[in-house]
Design a protein around this ligand. Structure first.
Ligand SMILES: [Zn+2]
Length: 255
């Protein structure tokens, strides 16, 4: 196996995770144009961070999770997003391989989008349309280049994914899910088709209920308190990008 390129993509994942952290924060606080421009600063003391404070993982550990200037605690969330992106990128590289670089880039790009949406939902309890809608459109347009599925499959997936979550929002009167989840459903469906969408939702529900039960057992959460669902959808989405065909064949082998 090509260990060095996989390791390289893991490192690239660290940088993308770091960018994701900054982008999530800036999209919430500032205008969209500042996502790509402007320097990172501490949310409390507003001092511009130095280059050495922006090294993924290492800076957080060296500063022991505090701002260099005002010692305000930095949420470990940022650390975990960087680590998760690196691990996810490494995994995508391993299972996609390097034979088709366009496909690899495509899978990495949407993995990063999923992590962005998951992180945003985790921090702020919402899924930003500014990212989910253009990404859905891009997933649909990409199907014309035959990356993974055909355009009609993408369109059916988009309708099925959005429709499925819209139905849940309607049935539960918005208690179990929100409008942001519908847009995440559009994206998953457009990217993966309806079979891939079903697998992503199955994996997400399985993960979500496992984590929910663990938290209830640890008495961290009450039975009724809702977990943000996007992180689980993101994990399910990455699983479906990589293993949809295998899981689907395995499932069909029962009939
Ligand atoms: Zn500070």
């Amino acid at each position: 196996m090509e260990l060095i390129p996989i390791f390289g993509i893991g490192i690239f994942g660290l940088a993308v995770g770091s960018f994701t952290n900054a982008a999530v924060y800036r999209l919430k606080i500032c205008e969209i144009k500042s996502i790509f421009f402007g320097r990172s600063f501490c949310p409390r003391c507003k001092k511009t961070l130095r280059a050495r404070d922006l090294i993924p993982l290492a800076s957080f550990l060296l500063l022991r999770g505090r701002c260099r200037f005002c010692r305000k605690k930095i949420s470990p969330h940022y650390f975990w997003v960087e680590l998760a992106t690196a691990v996810a990128f490494g995994g995508v590289a391993v299972f996609t391989g390097f034979a088709d670089l366009a496909l690899l880039s495509w899978n990495l790009f949407f993995t990063a989008i999923f992590i962005f949406l998951a992180s945003f939902d985790f921090l702020f309890g919402e899924i930003p349309d500014e990212v989910s809608l253009p990404a859905s459109l891009l997933a649909f347009l990409g199907s014309f280049l035959a990356f993974t599925i055909a355009p009609c499959e993408s369109l059916i997936g988009l309708l099925a994914g959005g429709g499925f979550f819209a139905a849940i929002v309607l049935i539960s009167n918005g208690k179990w899910m929100g409008g942001g989840d519908i847009r995440f459903g559009l994206l998953l469906g457009a990217l993966l088709g309806w079979q891939g969408f079903a697998i992503a939702v199955f994996a997400a529900s399985f993960l979500g209920s496992t984590v929910g039960v663990i938290q209830i057992l640890q008495k961290k959460k009450k039975l009724k308190s809702a977990l943000p669902f996007a992180p689980f959808l993101a994990a399910g989405g990455v699983a479906a990008i990589l293993f949809a065909e295998e899981i689907w064949e395995w499932y069909l082998s029962f009939f």
